[in-house]
Design a protein around this ligand. Structure first.
Ligand SMILES: Cc1cc2nc3c(=O)[nH]c(=O)nc-3n(C[C@H](O)[C@H](O)[C@H](O)COP(=O)(O)OP(=O)(O)OC[C@H]3O[C@@H](n4cnc5c(N)ncnc54)[C@H](O)[C@@H]3O)c2cc1C
Length: 320
């Protein structure tokens, strides 16, 4: 019997939807009927948050109670490490998110476990676990196996697995870890401006603007275009940092992973690693950029070397 450990992600009292994708990923690692999927939730409110985790495919929810209400990487690291020692999973699945990247490496290195990040496919090859991730700026798919490791810690790319949809009533176990301590303690949660505007992780069609739009006055033209084509207007970080669009519209490593997106139009976005972390999984990416060497073209299905203002005007004219 093998055990697969999934770690739920939550923020401000809400379990994040990516957790449901991890449950599906865990299902794919089961090879025998008695293999078990454990779903751990870590934090001060772990027990009450467990009510949001009643999903089919989970054999046991472990409410791992710590003394911090908000995510705290050191506590997460210690709690997950303790769970690996006590439950002996063959795989630990975490979302490929800013939170997980704050502690997953430490868990893997300190425990001597296998490790792979940004995994979008899981399979077995002759009994050996194989994780597939992008490599060389997403130009190739890299298959990673973990010889000699009894456990592999993996961060799973958002949008790569279909979220589980069927509810169930898994067994709940409370694991009191309130004795764990960290060297830092969050004092205050500062809400970024414009939070709660729209959940861009749930929309399917996004048009995103980057520094190529030049100045704030130009945002309106792209908002209008997005409205006309029924796209959700999102942005790269400099646009959110400048306050031209709300932070909740920022795509990327410190913004959001647009998990449900199927069509992503990048206007005047260079394609930094941090931006691509939020959208490179999208099946159809269209990029418009004046620079033919822009990195965004390495992941775009359709690349247009052109001025975004000309494209915007032409599209508006076609729609009129
Ligand atoms: C810890 C950390 C976290 C970060 N998190 C994020 C994140 O979540 N999301 C994010 O986006 N960034 C993030 N960043 C910032 C990131 O490194 C880049 O600085 C940012 O993504 C660049 O945004 P951009 O592509 O809009 O701008 P630029 O890199 O300046 O690119 C602008 C592009 O527009 C093109 N262009 C200019 N004019 C036109 C025109 N008229 N028509 C067509 N094309 C034109 C240019 O050729 C250029 O390629 C993060 C950075 C750090 C260090």
């Amino acid at each position: 019997m093998n055990t697969i450990l999934v770690v739920a992600e939550h923020r401000r009292g809400e379990v994040r939807p990516v957790t449901l994708e991890l449950i599906t990923a865990a299902q794919q690692l089961k090879t025998a009927a008695d293999d078990r999927v454990l779903l751990a939730i870590i934090g001060q409110e772990a027990e009450s948050l467990a009510s949001q985790l009643q999903w089919a495919g989970v054999d046991e929810i472990i409410a791992c109670k710590t003394n911090s209400a908000e995510f705290e990487p050191e506590l997460a690291e210690q709690a997950v490490s303790a769970l690996i020692v006590s439950r002996k999973p063959i795989a630990v699945l975490l979302p490929h998110s800013v939170d997980s990247l704050g502690y997953a490496t430490a868990v893997a290195v300190k425990g001597g476990y296998g490790y792979a990040t940004d995994v979008f496919k899981l399979a077995y090859d002759g009994g050996a676990l194989v994780a597939t991730r992008g490599g060389y700026n997403q130009k190739v798919n890299v298959e990673v196996d973990f010889p000699g490791h009894a456990c592999a810690v993996m961060t799973i790319r958002g949008g790569a697995f279909k979220p589980v949809e069927t509810v169930a009533a898994p067994l709940l176990t409370v694991d009191d870890r309130s004795e764990l301590s960290a060297r830092s303690r969050p004092l205050e949660f500062i809400e970024q401006g414009g939070g709660g505007d729209i959940d861009i992780t749930t929309v399917e069609f996004i048009m995103s603007i980057g520094r190529g739009i030049g100045e704030e006055a130009n945002v309106e033209d792209f908002r209008e275009l997005a409205d006309n084509i029924d796209a959700t207007l999102c942005c790269s970080r400099p646009i959110a940092d400048a306050g031209w669009l709300p932070k909740s519209r920022q795509v990327g490593q410190s913004g959001k992973v647009v998990s449900a997106c199927k069509l992503y139009v990048a206007m005047g976005i260079s394609g930094s690693i941090q931006h691509m972390a939020g959208m490179k999984h999208v099946s159809t990416i269209v990029a418009v950029n004046t620079d033919p060497g822009a990195s965004i073209f390495t992941i775009a299905k359709y690349g247009i070397v052109a001025d975004i203002f000309e494209i915007q005007e032409e599209l508006q004219a076609q729609l009129a």
